[in-house]
Design a protein around this ligand. Structure first.
Ligand code: PAF
Length: 283
C-alpha cells in the first residue's frame, strides 16, 4: 500500500482541487464508478492515468438508476477497500458525494436519453439509462474532465453516454476500454460477488455463447439464428432466464443488417437466480 488518496465530498471542494490542477496546466481524467472496485475498474484507472496528468475516480451508488425492486440496498459497498486499491495505483482524488450533495433537496431535472438507450436493457430496466445519463451529466459538469473512461462491459451504457456528450455538446471525450475477464471468460462485475459457487461455475457460459454467436455471424450466419442458438446454450448451461441475446449495429445499437460492412455487436443479459449478468462482444 502506498499512502492514501484524498476524498472530497462537496462540489466546492472538488472544483477547488480541479481548478488548482488546471492552473498548473494539467489535464484531468474521470473514471465514474459505483465502488466495489475490481480489476476491471482498476484497468480503467490505469488507462486514464496513461492519458491525463490527473485522475479523479467518482464513487457514488446512484439511486436514480435502480428501480425500487432492484438491488440498491444490497449493492456491494466497500469504501475503505476501494480507497486502498486506488491509493496503490496512484489515483489523485476520489469524488465521493453523499446522496444529498448529488441530488439536493428539491432536485427536479432529469435527462431522458433516446436512440441507443431504447430496447435491450431498457426493456427490462426502463428507468436505468435516465438515471445513468442524469448522473453522468452531473459528474461531467462537476469534474469538468478532458476525458471520461467507461468499460465496454456496459456497452449500451457506453453508447448512451457517447450520444449524451455529443447531443449536449459536453466538452469532453468519452474513452471506451475493453472488458476485463476472469480466466474462464466471465466478465468482471461487482455483481459477480452475489453468485453462489454453483452459479459461478455456470456463469462463464454467457460469454461462451455470445462468442459462438459472434463467430457464427462473422462467418455469414443470420443474426437472429445465431442469437437463438446462443439463447439455447445459455439456458442449457443452467441459467434461469435469458432476458435477451441480440445482434446489433455496434455504433447505433439498431437491429443488425448484414451485408452493410458496418461493425456488429452481440449483447446479452441473463439471470442466475436473482443475479442478472450482462455481457457483449464484437461480431
Ligand atoms: O457503470 C457504472 O458503474 C454506473 O452506471 C455509472 C457510470 C458510474 C453511473 O452511475
Amino acid at each position: 500500500m502506498t499512502g492514501s488518496v484524498p476524498v472530497v465530498r462537496t462540489v466546492s471542494g472538488l472544483r477547488a482541487a480541479v481548478k488548482a490542477w488546471r492552473a498548473a496546466g494539467e489535464s484531468v481524467a474521470l473514471v465514474p464508478t459505483m465502488g466495489a472496485l475490481h480489476e476491471g475498474h482498476l484497468t480503467l484507472v490505469r488507462l486514464a492515468k496513461e492519458k491525463c496528468a490527473r485522475v479523479v475516480v467518482s464513487i457514488f451508488v446512484n439511486p436514480a438508476q435502480f428501480a425500487p425492486h432492484e438491488d440498491f440496498d444490497r449493492y456491494p459497498r466497500d469504501e475503505a477497500g476501494d480507497l486502498a486499491k486506488l491509493a496503490d495505483i496512484g489515483c489523485d482524488l476520489v469524488w465521493g458525494p453523499d446522496r444529498g450533495e448529488m441530488y439536493p433537496e428539491g432536485f427536479a431535472t432529469r435527462i431522458v436519453p433516446g436512440g441507443a438507450a431504447e430496447g435491450l436493457e431498457s426493456d427490462f430496466r426502463p428507468h436505468f439509462f435516465g438515471g445513468v445519463a442524469t448522473v453522468c451529466c452531473k459528474l461531467f459538469t462537476q469534474v469538468l474532465p478532458d476525458i471520461a473512461v467507461f468499460g465496454e462491459k456496459d456497452y449500451q451504457q457506453l453508447c448512451v453516454v457517447r450520444r449524451l456528450v455529443r447531443d449536449l455538446d459536453l466538452p469532453l471525450e468519452i474513452v471506451g476500454a475493453p472488458t476485463v475477464r476472469e480466466a474462464d471468460g466471465l466478465a468482471m462485475s461487482s455483481r459477480n460477488a452475489y453468485l453462489t459457487p454453483e452459479q459461478r461455475r455456470i456463469a462463464p457460459t454467457l460469454h461462451k455463447a455470445i462468442a459462438n454467436a459472434a463467430a457464427a455471424v462473422s462467418s455469414g450466419a443470420a443474426p437472429e439464428a445465431a442469437a437463438m442458438e446462443a439463447r439455447g446454450q445459455i439456458l442449457a448451461a443452467g441459467f434461469d432466464k435469458v432476458d435477451y441475446v441480440e445482434v446489433r449495429d455496434a455504433g447505433t445499437l439498431a437491429p443488425a443488417t448484414t451485408g452493410t460492412g458496418r461493425p456488429l455487436r452481440v449483447l446479452a443479459a441473463a439471470c442466475l437466480g436473482k443475479t442478472r449478468l450482462i455481457d457483449n462482444i464484437a461480431a
